[in-house]
Write a protein that binds this ligand. Structure first.
Ligand code: ATP
Ligand code: MG
Length: 491
Protein backbone atom coordinates (compact mmCIF):
# COMPACT_ATOMS: atom_id res chain seq x y z
CA UNK A 1 0.00 0.00 0.00
CA UNK A 2 1.34 3.40 -0.87
CA UNK A 3 2.26 5.70 1.93
CA UNK A 4 -0.47 8.07 3.02
CA UNK A 5 -3.12 5.78 1.62
CA UNK A 6 -3.77 3.70 4.71
CA UNK A 7 -5.93 6.43 6.24
CA UNK A 8 -8.01 6.47 3.05
CA UNK A 9 -8.59 2.73 3.22
CA UNK A 10 -9.46 2.86 6.92
CA UNK A 11 -11.94 5.66 6.25
CA UNK A 12 -13.50 3.72 3.41
CA UNK A 13 -13.82 0.64 5.68
CA UNK A 14 -15.63 2.76 8.27
CA UNK A 15 -17.99 4.02 5.58
CA UNK A 16 -18.47 0.52 4.17
CA UNK A 17 -19.36 -0.92 7.56
CA UNK A 18 -21.98 1.76 7.99
CA UNK A 19 -23.74 1.03 4.70
CA UNK A 20 -27.13 -0.63 4.45
CA UNK A 21 -25.53 -3.58 2.66
CA UNK A 22 -23.31 -4.36 5.64
CA UNK A 23 -26.09 -3.81 8.11
CA UNK A 24 -28.02 -6.49 6.22
CA UNK A 25 -25.02 -8.82 6.04
CA UNK A 26 -24.40 -8.33 9.76
CA UNK A 27 -28.02 -9.06 10.58
CA UNK A 28 -28.36 -12.18 8.45
CA UNK A 29 -25.06 -13.76 9.45
CA UNK A 30 -25.10 -12.72 13.10
CA UNK A 31 -22.09 -10.52 12.64
CA UNK A 32 -23.65 -7.25 13.71
CA UNK A 33 -21.58 -7.01 16.90
CA UNK A 34 -18.39 -8.09 15.15
CA UNK A 35 -18.81 -5.41 12.49
CA UNK A 36 -19.59 -2.81 15.14
CA UNK A 37 -16.43 -3.71 17.11
CA UNK A 38 -14.42 -3.55 13.93
CA UNK A 39 -15.81 -0.14 13.07
CA UNK A 40 -14.92 1.19 16.52
CA UNK A 41 -11.37 -0.16 16.26
CA UNK A 42 -11.04 1.52 12.88
CA UNK A 43 -12.24 4.82 14.32
CA UNK A 44 -9.60 4.69 17.04
CA UNK A 45 -6.92 3.81 14.54
CA UNK A 46 -7.77 6.57 12.14
CA UNK A 47 -7.02 9.08 14.87
CA UNK A 48 -3.44 7.89 15.27
CA UNK A 49 -2.65 7.22 11.64
CA UNK A 50 -2.11 10.88 10.82
CA UNK A 51 0.46 11.19 13.58
CA UNK A 52 2.11 7.97 12.57
CA UNK A 53 2.33 9.02 8.92
CA UNK A 54 3.97 12.28 9.99
CA UNK A 55 6.60 10.34 11.91
CA UNK A 56 7.12 7.58 9.39
CA UNK A 57 10.17 9.12 7.74
CA UNK A 58 12.09 9.87 10.91
CA UNK A 59 11.11 6.93 13.09
CA UNK A 60 11.79 3.37 12.03
CA UNK A 61 9.61 1.86 14.77
CA UNK A 62 6.65 3.83 13.53
CA UNK A 63 7.44 2.70 10.00
CA UNK A 64 7.33 -0.94 11.08
CA UNK A 65 4.12 -0.35 13.03
CA UNK A 66 2.48 1.30 10.04
CA UNK A 67 3.60 -1.55 7.82
CA UNK A 68 1.79 -4.05 10.05
CA UNK A 69 -1.27 -1.85 10.16
CA UNK A 70 -1.31 -1.47 6.38
CA UNK A 71 -1.23 -5.22 5.90
CA UNK A 72 -4.05 -5.76 8.37
CA UNK A 73 -6.15 -2.99 6.88
CA UNK A 74 -5.70 -4.33 3.38
CA UNK A 75 -6.75 -7.79 4.63
CA UNK A 76 -9.90 -6.34 6.18
CA UNK A 77 -10.78 -4.45 3.06
CA UNK A 78 -10.39 -7.61 0.98
CA UNK A 79 -12.38 -9.64 3.48
CA UNK A 80 -15.26 -7.16 3.46
CA UNK A 81 -15.30 -7.39 -0.32
CA UNK A 82 -15.45 -11.17 0.02
CA UNK A 83 -18.41 -10.84 2.40
CA UNK A 84 -20.18 -8.62 -0.06
CA UNK A 85 -19.53 -10.93 -2.99
CA UNK A 86 -20.69 -13.93 -0.96
CA UNK A 87 -23.81 -12.09 0.11
CA UNK A 88 -24.68 -11.25 -3.47
CA UNK A 89 -23.89 -14.76 -4.71
CA UNK A 90 -25.79 -16.60 -1.98
CA UNK A 91 -28.39 -13.97 -1.39
CA UNK A 92 -27.69 -13.74 2.29
CA UNK A 93 -28.24 -17.39 3.08
CA UNK A 94 -27.07 -17.75 6.67
CA UNK A 95 -25.02 -20.59 8.17
CA UNK A 96 -23.12 -21.95 5.17
CA UNK A 97 -19.53 -23.27 5.46
CA UNK A 98 -18.01 -20.43 3.51
CA UNK A 99 -19.39 -17.95 6.01
CA UNK A 100 -17.84 -19.78 8.96
CA UNK A 101 -14.47 -19.68 7.26
CA UNK A 102 -14.83 -15.97 6.69
CA UNK A 103 -15.94 -15.35 10.27
CA UNK A 104 -12.81 -17.12 11.48
CA UNK A 105 -10.78 -14.88 9.19
CA UNK A 106 -12.54 -11.87 10.63
CA UNK A 107 -11.78 -12.95 14.20
CA UNK A 108 -8.15 -13.50 13.34
CA UNK A 109 -7.85 -10.07 11.80
CA UNK A 110 -9.51 -8.49 14.81
CA UNK A 111 -6.94 -10.19 17.07
CA UNK A 112 -4.10 -8.83 14.95
CA UNK A 113 -5.64 -5.39 15.01
CA UNK A 114 -5.94 -5.52 18.77
CA UNK A 115 -2.21 -6.23 19.07
CA UNK A 116 -1.39 -3.44 16.66
CA UNK A 117 -3.59 -1.01 18.55
CA UNK A 118 -2.01 -1.97 21.88
CA UNK A 119 1.49 -1.60 20.48
CA UNK A 120 0.77 1.95 19.44
CA UNK A 121 -0.05 3.05 22.97
CA UNK A 122 2.02 0.67 25.10
CA UNK A 123 5.29 1.56 23.50
CA UNK A 124 4.29 5.23 23.16
CA UNK A 125 5.25 5.12 19.54
CA UNK A 126 2.71 7.69 18.68
CA UNK A 127 2.00 10.78 20.71
CA UNK A 128 -1.66 11.43 21.28
CA UNK A 129 -1.59 14.77 19.50
CA UNK A 130 0.85 16.29 17.10
CA UNK A 131 0.17 19.92 16.37
CA UNK A 132 0.90 21.62 13.08
CA UNK A 133 3.75 23.40 14.83
CA UNK A 134 5.47 20.27 16.11
CA UNK A 135 4.77 18.62 12.80
CA UNK A 136 6.67 21.24 10.89
CA UNK A 137 9.62 21.49 13.26
CA UNK A 138 9.97 17.86 14.23
CA UNK A 139 9.19 16.24 10.97
CA UNK A 140 11.30 18.20 8.56
CA UNK A 141 12.82 21.44 9.69
CA UNK A 142 12.91 23.65 6.64
CA UNK A 143 13.50 26.98 8.32
CA UNK A 144 15.97 29.13 6.36
CA UNK A 145 17.84 32.38 7.04
CA UNK A 146 19.22 35.16 4.91
CA UNK A 147 22.96 34.54 5.29
CA UNK A 148 25.21 32.72 2.83
CA UNK A 149 28.96 32.66 2.31
CA UNK A 150 29.37 33.67 -1.31
CA UNK A 151 32.59 31.61 -1.63
CA UNK A 152 30.69 28.42 -0.93
CA UNK A 153 28.32 28.91 -3.84
CA UNK A 154 29.42 27.67 -7.22
CA UNK A 155 28.34 29.01 -10.59
CA UNK A 156 25.44 31.30 -9.77
CA UNK A 157 26.98 34.66 -10.67
CA UNK A 158 24.96 35.08 -13.87
CA UNK A 159 21.70 34.15 -12.20
CA UNK A 160 22.46 36.49 -9.31
CA UNK A 161 23.13 39.45 -11.61
CA UNK A 162 19.99 38.77 -13.67
CA UNK A 163 17.83 38.74 -10.55
CA UNK A 164 19.45 41.89 -9.22
CA UNK A 165 18.84 43.65 -12.52
CA UNK A 166 15.21 42.63 -12.41
CA UNK A 167 14.85 43.87 -8.83
CA UNK A 168 16.63 47.13 -9.35
CA UNK A 169 14.75 47.71 -12.57
CA UNK A 170 11.56 47.90 -10.53
CA UNK A 171 11.90 51.62 -10.05
CA UNK A 172 11.74 52.42 -13.73
CA UNK A 173 8.55 50.43 -13.90
CA UNK A 174 5.89 52.99 -13.12
CA UNK A 175 3.72 50.34 -11.62
CA UNK A 176 0.75 51.85 -9.88
CA UNK A 177 1.14 49.32 -7.09
CA UNK A 178 4.64 50.62 -6.28
CA UNK A 179 5.88 47.12 -5.80
CA UNK A 180 7.00 44.23 -7.95
CA UNK A 181 6.92 40.53 -7.25
CA UNK A 182 9.52 38.16 -8.67
CA UNK A 183 9.36 34.40 -8.12
CA UNK A 184 12.35 32.09 -8.56
CA UNK A 185 11.02 28.69 -9.59
CA UNK A 186 12.80 25.34 -9.70
CA UNK A 187 12.74 21.80 -8.35
CA UNK A 188 13.77 20.96 -4.79
CA UNK A 189 17.47 21.32 -4.03
CA UNK A 190 18.22 23.32 -7.16
CA UNK A 191 19.49 26.30 -5.19
CA UNK A 192 16.59 28.79 -5.15
CA UNK A 193 17.08 29.73 -1.51
CA UNK A 194 20.85 29.96 -2.02
CA UNK A 195 20.34 32.28 -4.96
CA UNK A 196 17.91 34.44 -2.99
CA UNK A 197 20.51 34.63 -0.19
CA UNK A 198 23.20 35.70 -2.66
CA UNK A 199 20.94 38.44 -3.97
CA UNK A 200 19.85 39.51 -0.48
CA UNK A 201 23.46 40.00 0.63
CA UNK A 202 24.72 41.74 -2.49
CA UNK A 203 26.09 45.26 -1.99
CA UNK A 204 23.94 46.77 -4.75
CA UNK A 205 20.83 45.37 -3.13
CA UNK A 206 21.83 46.51 0.34
CA UNK A 207 22.43 49.98 -1.07
CA UNK A 208 19.16 50.20 -2.92
CA UNK A 209 16.73 48.91 -0.30
CA UNK A 210 16.37 50.68 3.03
CA UNK A 211 14.73 47.66 4.60
CA UNK A 212 15.56 44.03 3.89
CA UNK A 213 13.25 41.42 5.29
CA UNK A 214 13.68 37.65 5.13
CA UNK A 215 10.71 35.42 5.90
CA UNK A 216 10.79 31.66 5.63
CA UNK A 217 7.28 30.46 4.83
CA UNK A 218 7.51 26.68 4.24
CA UNK A 219 4.37 24.69 4.97
CA UNK A 220 2.40 27.18 7.06
CA UNK A 221 1.09 30.17 5.11
CA UNK A 222 -0.61 32.04 7.91
CA UNK A 223 -1.09 35.78 7.54
CA UNK A 224 -0.59 36.52 11.21
CA UNK A 225 2.58 34.45 11.45
CA UNK A 226 3.99 36.08 8.31
CA UNK A 227 3.30 39.61 9.64
CA UNK A 228 4.89 38.69 12.97
CA UNK A 229 7.94 37.30 11.22
CA UNK A 230 8.24 40.45 9.09
CA UNK A 231 8.09 42.74 12.12
CA UNK A 232 10.59 40.55 13.93
CA UNK A 233 12.94 40.69 10.96
CA UNK A 234 12.76 44.53 10.96
CA UNK A 235 12.76 45.14 14.74
CA UNK A 236 14.59 42.13 16.07
CA UNK A 237 11.53 41.28 18.18
CA UNK A 238 7.77 41.37 18.07
CA UNK A 239 5.31 42.11 20.84
CA UNK A 240 3.34 39.01 21.72
CA UNK A 241 -0.45 38.86 21.76
CA UNK A 242 -1.16 41.47 19.08
CA UNK A 243 -4.22 40.82 16.96
CA UNK A 244 -4.17 40.84 13.20
CA UNK A 245 -5.20 44.47 12.89
CA UNK A 246 -2.56 45.67 15.32
CA UNK A 247 0.03 43.66 13.46
CA UNK A 248 -0.88 45.04 10.05
CA UNK A 249 -0.90 48.63 11.34
CA UNK A 250 2.45 48.20 13.01
CA UNK A 251 3.97 46.59 9.92
CA UNK A 252 2.64 49.16 7.46
CA UNK A 253 3.92 51.96 9.69
CA UNK A 254 7.37 50.44 9.62
CA UNK A 255 7.33 49.95 5.87
CA UNK A 256 5.84 53.34 5.10
CA UNK A 257 8.04 55.56 2.95
CA UNK A 258 10.85 53.02 2.95
CA UNK A 259 11.86 51.12 -0.15
CA UNK A 260 11.97 47.53 1.00
CA UNK A 261 12.98 44.11 -0.26
CA UNK A 262 11.03 41.20 1.15
CA UNK A 263 12.09 37.61 0.52
CA UNK A 264 9.35 35.03 0.94
CA UNK A 265 11.32 31.81 0.94
CA UNK A 266 9.89 28.37 0.24
CA UNK A 267 6.28 29.16 -0.61
CA UNK A 268 3.95 26.17 -0.89
CA UNK A 269 0.62 27.87 -0.46
CA UNK A 270 -1.79 27.26 -3.32
CA UNK A 271 -4.67 29.16 -1.80
CA UNK A 272 -4.97 32.34 -3.85
CA UNK A 273 -7.20 34.08 -1.32
CA UNK A 274 -4.53 33.77 1.37
CA UNK A 275 -1.94 35.19 -0.97
CA UNK A 276 -4.13 38.13 -2.00
CA UNK A 277 -4.66 39.08 1.64
CA UNK A 278 -0.92 39.32 2.18
CA UNK A 279 -0.34 41.06 -1.14
CA UNK A 280 -2.83 43.81 -0.25
CA UNK A 281 -0.90 44.64 2.91
CA UNK A 282 2.39 44.85 1.03
CA UNK A 283 1.24 47.30 -1.63
CA UNK A 284 1.16 51.12 -1.82
CA UNK A 285 3.94 51.60 0.68
CA UNK A 286 6.96 52.85 -1.19
CA UNK A 287 7.79 52.99 -4.91
CA UNK A 288 10.45 50.56 -6.02
CA UNK A 289 9.89 48.00 -3.30
CA UNK A 290 10.19 44.36 -4.31
CA UNK A 291 9.20 40.91 -3.15
CA UNK A 292 11.40 37.97 -4.13
CA UNK A 293 9.68 34.61 -3.78
CA UNK A 294 11.12 31.11 -3.99
CA UNK A 295 8.86 28.22 -4.83
CA UNK A 296 9.05 24.84 -6.50
CA UNK A 297 5.73 25.22 -8.10
CA UNK A 298 5.14 27.18 -11.30
CA UNK A 299 1.39 27.18 -10.67
CA UNK A 300 1.98 28.98 -7.39
CA UNK A 301 4.18 31.56 -9.12
CA UNK A 302 1.48 32.13 -11.72
CA UNK A 303 -1.29 32.27 -9.15
CA UNK A 304 0.56 35.09 -7.41
CA UNK A 305 0.20 37.28 -10.52
CA UNK A 306 3.79 38.32 -10.38
CA UNK A 307 6.35 39.32 -12.99
CA UNK A 308 7.47 36.56 -15.32
CA UNK A 309 8.89 33.87 -13.02
CA UNK A 310 12.64 33.27 -13.11
CA UNK A 311 13.07 29.63 -13.99
CA UNK A 312 16.28 28.46 -12.36
CA UNK A 313 18.31 25.85 -14.26
CA UNK A 314 20.68 23.16 -12.98
CA UNK A 315 24.43 23.76 -12.84
CA UNK A 316 26.27 22.82 -16.03
CA UNK A 317 28.63 19.82 -16.05
CA UNK A 318 31.81 21.78 -15.30
CA UNK A 319 30.26 23.64 -12.41
CA UNK A 320 28.68 20.45 -11.08
CA UNK A 321 32.03 18.67 -11.20
CA UNK A 322 33.75 21.54 -9.44
CA UNK A 323 31.05 21.50 -6.72
CA UNK A 324 31.52 17.75 -6.28
CA UNK A 325 35.30 18.24 -6.00
CA UNK A 326 34.84 21.05 -3.52
CA UNK A 327 32.66 18.95 -1.25
CA UNK A 328 34.44 15.61 -1.67
CA UNK A 329 38.08 16.72 -1.45
CA UNK A 330 39.91 18.76 1.12
CA UNK A 331 40.76 21.74 -1.06
CA UNK A 332 38.54 20.95 -4.00
CA UNK A 333 41.52 19.95 -6.11
CA UNK A 334 41.10 17.82 -9.22
CA UNK A 335 42.10 14.22 -8.44
CA UNK A 336 45.14 12.89 -10.34
CA UNK A 337 43.64 9.46 -10.79
CA UNK A 338 41.74 9.33 -14.09
CA UNK A 339 39.42 6.58 -12.83
CA UNK A 340 38.25 8.77 -9.97
CA UNK A 341 37.68 11.58 -12.47
CA UNK A 342 35.60 9.25 -14.64
CA UNK A 343 33.44 8.09 -11.74
CA UNK A 344 33.08 11.72 -10.63
CA UNK A 345 31.82 12.64 -14.07
CA UNK A 346 29.34 9.79 -14.00
CA UNK A 347 28.03 11.01 -10.65
CA UNK A 348 27.73 14.54 -11.98
CA UNK A 349 25.85 13.29 -15.03
CA UNK A 350 23.41 11.52 -12.78
CA UNK A 351 22.78 14.52 -10.56
CA UNK A 352 21.43 16.64 -13.44
CA UNK A 353 22.96 19.83 -12.04
CA UNK A 354 21.04 19.71 -8.74
CA UNK A 355 23.44 21.05 -6.07
CA UNK A 356 21.70 19.25 -3.23
CA UNK A 357 22.24 15.88 -4.94
CA UNK A 358 25.87 16.71 -5.72
CA UNK A 359 26.52 17.86 -2.15
CA UNK A 360 24.89 14.76 -0.67
CA UNK A 361 27.11 12.43 -2.66
CA UNK A 362 30.16 14.64 -2.19
CA UNK A 363 29.74 14.49 1.59
CA UNK A 364 29.48 10.72 1.51
CA UNK A 365 32.72 10.54 -0.45
CA UNK A 366 34.53 13.12 1.67
CA UNK A 367 37.79 11.74 3.03
CA UNK A 368 37.82 8.84 0.56
CA UNK A 369 40.66 9.74 -1.75
CA UNK A 370 41.62 6.26 -2.92
CA UNK A 371 40.48 4.82 -6.22
CA UNK A 372 39.11 1.71 -4.51
CA UNK A 373 36.82 3.90 -2.33
CA UNK A 374 35.26 5.54 -5.37
CA UNK A 375 34.96 2.26 -7.27
CA UNK A 376 33.34 0.63 -4.27
CA UNK A 377 30.97 3.61 -3.89
CA UNK A 378 30.02 3.28 -7.54
CA UNK A 379 29.42 -0.46 -7.32
CA UNK A 380 27.77 -0.65 -3.92
CA UNK A 381 26.06 2.64 -3.28
CA UNK A 382 25.58 4.74 -6.38
CA UNK A 383 22.90 2.51 -7.84
CA UNK A 384 21.17 2.23 -4.50
CA UNK A 385 21.33 5.98 -3.96
CA UNK A 386 19.58 6.59 -7.21
CA UNK A 387 16.93 4.14 -6.11
CA UNK A 388 16.63 5.57 -2.65
CA UNK A 389 15.17 8.97 -3.18
CA UNK A 390 15.23 9.64 0.55
CA UNK A 391 19.00 9.71 0.45
CA UNK A 392 19.48 11.46 -2.84
CA UNK A 393 16.86 14.17 -3.08
CA UNK A 394 15.00 14.32 0.23
CA UNK A 395 13.23 17.44 -0.91
CA UNK A 396 11.45 15.61 -3.72
CA UNK A 397 10.02 13.41 -1.06
CA UNK A 398 8.46 16.43 0.60
CA UNK A 399 6.62 17.30 -2.62
CA UNK A 400 5.10 13.84 -2.44
CA UNK A 401 4.25 14.22 1.25
CA UNK A 402 2.37 17.41 0.46
CA UNK A 403 0.03 15.68 -1.99
CA UNK A 404 -3.51 14.91 -0.93
CA UNK A 405 -3.98 11.22 -0.07
CA UNK A 406 -5.94 10.40 -3.22
CA UNK A 407 -3.16 11.91 -5.35
CA UNK A 408 -0.57 9.95 -3.39
CA UNK A 409 -2.48 6.86 -4.39
CA UNK A 410 -2.45 7.92 -8.05
CA UNK A 411 1.26 8.60 -7.88
CA UNK A 412 2.13 5.33 -6.21
CA UNK A 413 0.03 3.55 -8.83
CA UNK A 414 2.65 4.63 -11.36
CA UNK A 415 4.94 2.03 -9.80
CA UNK A 416 3.20 -0.34 -12.19
CA UNK A 417 5.22 1.17 -15.05
CA UNK A 418 8.83 0.34 -15.74
CA UNK A 419 11.36 3.01 -14.87
CA UNK A 420 11.92 5.33 -17.85
CA UNK A 421 8.94 3.85 -19.67
CA UNK A 422 7.20 6.64 -21.59
CA UNK A 423 3.69 6.78 -20.18
CA UNK A 424 0.82 7.97 -22.31
CA UNK A 425 -0.91 10.40 -19.98
CA UNK A 426 -4.36 9.84 -21.49
CA UNK A 427 -3.98 6.10 -20.97
CA UNK A 428 -2.82 6.70 -17.44
CA UNK A 429 -5.85 8.86 -16.73
CA UNK A 430 -8.09 6.10 -18.01
CA UNK A 431 -6.29 3.64 -15.76
CA UNK A 432 -6.80 5.88 -12.77
CA UNK A 433 -10.46 6.03 -13.68
CA UNK A 434 -12.14 7.51 -10.65
CA UNK A 435 -8.98 9.25 -9.51
CA UNK A 436 -8.66 11.40 -12.60
CA UNK A 437 -6.64 14.57 -12.22
CA UNK A 438 -6.39 17.45 -14.65
CA UNK A 439 -3.09 16.90 -16.42
CA UNK A 440 -3.25 20.04 -18.54
CA UNK A 441 -1.42 19.72 -21.83
CA UNK A 442 1.07 17.06 -20.78
CA UNK A 443 1.01 14.27 -23.34
CA UNK A 444 3.59 11.85 -21.99
CA UNK A 445 5.72 11.54 -18.89
CA UNK A 446 8.27 9.18 -17.36
CA UNK A 447 8.23 7.53 -14.00
CA UNK A 448 10.63 8.50 -11.29
CA UNK A 449 12.31 6.42 -8.62
CA UNK A 450 10.17 8.21 -6.07
CA UNK A 451 7.12 6.23 -7.18
CA UNK A 452 9.02 3.01 -6.62
CA UNK A 453 10.12 4.20 -3.23
CA UNK A 454 6.68 5.21 -1.99
CA UNK A 455 4.85 2.23 -3.41
CA UNK A 456 7.06 0.16 -1.12
CA UNK A 457 7.25 -3.59 -1.22
CA UNK A 458 3.61 -4.18 -2.06
CA UNK A 459 4.00 -4.10 -5.81
CA UNK A 460 6.36 -5.53 -8.41
CA UNK A 461 6.69 -5.59 -12.16
CA UNK A 462 7.37 -8.89 -13.82
CA UNK A 463 9.58 -8.72 -16.88
CA UNK A 464 12.23 -10.93 -18.39
CA UNK A 465 14.73 -9.87 -15.73
CA UNK A 466 12.50 -10.89 -12.89
CA UNK A 467 14.02 -14.32 -12.30
CA UNK A 468 15.73 -13.26 -9.07
CA UNK A 469 12.85 -11.25 -7.76
CA UNK A 470 11.57 -12.51 -4.44
CA UNK A 471 7.85 -13.05 -4.39
CA UNK A 472 7.20 -12.38 -0.75
CA UNK A 473 3.94 -12.33 1.17
CA UNK A 474 3.47 -8.59 1.07
CA UNK A 475 3.10 -8.29 -2.68
CA UNK A 476 -0.41 -7.26 -3.55
CA UNK A 477 -0.05 -5.68 -6.99
CA UNK A 478 1.67 -7.40 -9.88
CA UNK A 479 2.18 -5.77 -13.27
CA UNK A 480 3.24 -7.67 -16.36
CA UNK A 481 5.60 -5.80 -18.60
CA UNK A 482 3.82 -5.84 -21.95
CA UNK A 483 7.14 -5.57 -23.79
CA UNK A 484 8.10 -8.86 -22.21
CA UNK A 485 9.44 -11.27 -24.79
CA UNK A 486 7.32 -14.32 -24.05
CA UNK A 487 9.29 -16.69 -26.25
CA UNK A 488 12.41 -16.31 -24.20
CA UNK A 489 10.61 -16.27 -20.89
CA UNK A 490 10.42 -18.96 -18.28
CA UNK A 491 6.82 -18.22 -17.44
N1 ATP B 1 25.36 26.90 -6.50
C1 ATP B 1 25.56 26.19 -5.41
N2 ATP B 1 26.82 25.90 -5.00
C2 ATP B 1 27.01 25.19 -3.88
N3 ATP B 1 26.04 24.71 -3.10
C3 ATP B 1 24.78 24.98 -3.45
C4 ATP B 1 24.48 25.75 -4.61
N4 ATP B 1 23.16 25.87 -4.72
C5 ATP B 1 22.64 25.21 -3.67
N5 ATP B 1 23.61 24.69 -2.91
C6 ATP B 1 23.42 23.88 -1.71
O1 ATP B 1 22.46 22.88 -2.04
C7 ATP B 1 21.53 22.71 -1.01
C8 ATP B 1 20.12 23.02 -1.52
O2 ATP B 1 20.07 24.37 -1.92
P1 ATP B 1 18.78 25.28 -1.64
O3 ATP B 1 18.30 25.06 -0.26
O4 ATP B 1 19.14 26.65 -2.04
O5 ATP B 1 17.78 24.63 -2.67
P2 ATP B 1 16.25 25.04 -2.93
O6 ATP B 1 16.08 25.10 -4.41
O7 ATP B 1 15.93 26.25 -2.16
O8 ATP B 1 15.51 23.77 -2.38
P3 ATP B 1 14.03 23.70 -1.77
O9 ATP B 1 13.08 23.66 -2.93
O10 ATP B 1 14.04 22.43 -1.01
O11 ATP B 1 13.82 24.89 -0.89
C9 ATP B 1 21.98 23.62 0.12
O12 ATP B 1 22.76 22.86 1.00
C10 ATP B 1 22.82 24.66 -0.56
O13 ATP B 1 23.81 25.16 0.31
MG1 MG C 1 14.58 26.62 -0.61
Amino acid sequence: MAEGVVSNVVSSIIVKLGTQAFKEIGKFWGLKKEFEKLRKTMEVLVAVIFDAEAKRVSNNLVKVWLGRLEDAVEDIDNLLDEFQTEAWGRQLMPGNRMTKKMVRKLEKIRETLKDIKEDSTLSSLIPVTLTQETYSTEYINRETHSFVRGEEVIGRDDDKMKIIELLLGCDSDQDKDNISFLPIVGIGGLGKTTLAQLVFNHKMVEKRFELQIWVCISDVFDLKIILEKMIKSINGSVQQGLDLDQLQKSLREKLSGKRYLLVLDDVWNEDREKWLKLRTLLMDVSRGSAVLITTRNMDIAQMMQTNKPYELQGLDKNKSWSLLRKVAFERGQKPHNSNIVRIGEEIVEMCKGVPLAIRTIGSILYGNNLERDWVSFKINRLAKLTQNINDLVPTLRMSYDCLASHLKHCFAYCRSFLKDHVIDVQKLIKLWMVEKDDMGTIVTCKMHDLAISVAGEHSIIIDKHTENEIFHQKIRHISLDTLFDHKSSKF
